[in-house]
Design a protein around this ligand. Structure first.
Ligand code: 7PJ
Length: 260
């Protein structure tokens, strides 16, 4: 899954793909590099980021989705916390909702996904992007994220979203300290009991900087290490900025890991 942010303030690529054509061009480049899904976001979720009104988010993402959907080359995912934006994106040709706020209580998002029979990325986050990094606490982070998945799968089913539509994501960096992110990556294989595909997003994230002291633009090697590790531990989808490099690393690792 290649990342295209149409935001002025996303942490790794904010401001680069603000206009529709540059966002579409970037998406097509990622498809050429091997992306099978493009994840399009119009609201930054970096810690402490300001929420964006729905109209502005729609203005940023809908034209990009329409242009890419018309070409029909790749599955499109909408990265949003707002049911109204998800609905407009699905109407414009997206087929997956990437929901970083799957911890919300209102059923509106799941009803939208159910109605459209869309794919749904159910991500774990403690709190909201505004509050999530204020001393997140867990007794046992892997068990607690696993419990969240089980509880959400049941809730989604109640709202008409079948398990087959759902991909689970531990939400690396969303309400987690460095040690929580490391424990989740170490324990990724424990989530296979849910029998749903796992998505992992580690690309260039700040926990890499915390561990290694590397600035943003020097986190590719560690991002690739995490990508390879995640695949060996059972991840099915990787959400990344650097598609060509990740595809190469993962193909090599998968070949070495094959049973025969
Ligand atoms: C993730 C995401 C992630 C899913 C972001 C960044 C921060 N969606 N959106 N999983 N991260 N599903 O790009 O590093 O890990 S925004």
């Amino acid at each position: 899954m290649g990342i295209v942010n149409t935001t002025p303030d996303s942490f790794a690529d904010g401001g680069q793909f603000l206009d529709t054509s540059s966002a579409v061009d970037h998406a097509l480049r990622l498809v050429g590099e091997g992306a099978e899904i493009i994840d399009i976001g119009g609201e930054s979720t970096r810690p402490g980021s300001k929420p964006v009104p729905a109209e502005e988010e729609l203005r940023r993402v809908v034209p990009v989705i329409e242009r890419l959907a018309k070409r029909g080359e790749v599955a499109l995912s909408i990265d949003t916390q707002k049911p109204a934006v998800a609905k407009a994106a699905l109407d414009a040709g997206a087929s997956i909702v990437n929901d970083i706020a799957a911890n919300r209580e209102s059923p509106e998002m799941s009803q939208t996904v159910a109605k459209a029979k869309a794919g749904y990325v159910c991500m774990h986050m403690l709190g909201t992007p505004q509050t999530m990094q204020a001393k997140p606490r867990y007794d046992e982070v892997v068990r607690e994220v696993g419990d969240f998945f089980a509880e959400r799968l049941a809730k989604l089913a109640e709202h008409g979203v079948s398990g087959e539509q759902v991909v689970l994501d531990p939400g690396i960096g969303f309400g987690k300290e460095l040690e929580h992110n490391i424990k989740l990556l170490r324990g990724l294989n424990q989530f296979s009991v849910t029998e749903r595909p796992l998505l992992v997003g580690v690309s260039r994230k700040s926990f890499i900087g915390k561990l290694l002291g590397t600035p943003l633009e020097e986190r590719l090697p560690a991002s690739l290490a995490c990508a390879v590790w995640s695949v060996i531990k059972g991840a099915h989808i990787l959400r990344v900025h650097d598609v060509a490099e990740t595809a190469q690393a993962v193909r090599m690792a998968e070949t070495l890991n094959a049973q025969n």
